[in-house]
Design a protein around this ligand. Sequence first.
Ligand code: PLP
Length: 451
Amino acid sequence: MLEKQSLELLGSALEILEQGFDTLPVPSAPPSDGKRLAAVMNEVAVRLQDNYPYFHPQYAGQMLKPPHPIARAAYALATWINPNNHALDGGRASSQMEKEAVAWIAAMFGWREYLGHLCGGGTMANLEALWVAGQLHPGKKILASDQAHYTHSRISSVLGLPFAAVPTDNRGRMDIAALCTVLKAGDVGCVVATAGTTGTGSVDSMPEILRLREQYGFRLHMDAAYGGYFSLAGNLAPHARASFDLIGKADSIVIDPHKHGLQPYGCGCVLFRDAGVGTIYKHESPYTYFTSSELHLGEISLECSRPGAVAVALWATMRLLPLVRGGEFAMMLENSREAAVQFHRRLTQDPRWLVPFAPELDIVVWAPRARSASQISAHSQRIFDAAAKHGLHLALIRLPIRFFAQSPEPFEPDHDTVLCLRSVLMKPEHLAWLPRLWQILSRAADEAAKQ
Ligand SMILES: Cc1ncc(COP(=O)(O)O)c(C=O)c1O
């Protein structure tokens, strides 16, 4: 059941890699006791069995999907060299591959001139973007919606910058009237817009936010950590499409190849529209920048050592699956999006469920019908547990009850929030597996109703 093609790819590529160093004298290998290695490795395999099946289409809970086989093989291959992309001295080929991979991502947003690099993930990438915003607008406020990732308020506090959360509308998008009110105080340095919130996949309205930027002159940072690759999808609804088409107008963008980009964890990316912000990073390294006057990636990133293997895996994946509309990679995202649309349709046509709003990307939230918010919450938990027993792994999310304002069947608002079910249908196989997922969900709902 687990993909093994990457092992074959790795074996033959390793031979080729070795040929590049065959003029060197062969060092004597340290003694290794194969039996002990195998014993520990087998123990590791057993330990790793203690996981939800993140790789399987019946796992539709959190934002988890397996890396592409080429990413897995390329990452592993690079570890034989173990390059460090801090400096060209430590990772020549992989630094070049990082620059090319980042250029492909920037081109997806229409950027040819920019500054950008990979980093550990969305949190680190957002940290760099907000750090730059803080350097350019010292002491001014950072704003993000109350559905934005928690990282923005936390990062602001790390950076010593004031932060305020802007309320969202009933679809989980930043409320533009509320944003206007906050901006009037004149103390905002940066607004964070989100293209695909973590909880509900909601997309903040770029056209309106950009109009406000003209009026108030703040810096606009786009957190597209989750949603960014949906720029390539041809089946977004008009609101999301309009916002995605304007992502390139932001001052900085974060996108996570380790979410929708088929990469192993440890791969985030930050991009700045104005390459001039590179001067903010400026520092001297007495240790590492010796072999070339070309740009060392460490000169434009906050982290020092960074795994070159990450860049190699990303480069290989995009070489195989270029970031183009209508291409194989774009079709994977379209499948995920279509799975969410079809799943949402099934839910709205079934009287057992309440659905707050249609998905904008591939994340669906819904809840079982009941008389009060607290009963809905209890019931969601029971369904979540019953589904897991039958091998369907969903997620739970607590949402404000106002998200259900349009609900045809109101419930008693005995709490401000309600526990809902949530599915991230981010694997391309989810579309074909939808009938099976639905069957298990229905069974779980029937069982939970009898409890
Ligand atoms: C919109 C958004 N921003 C930022 C992050 C943080 O990214 P990471 O977990 O890679 O640090 C996430 C993670 O889910 C996210 O969904």
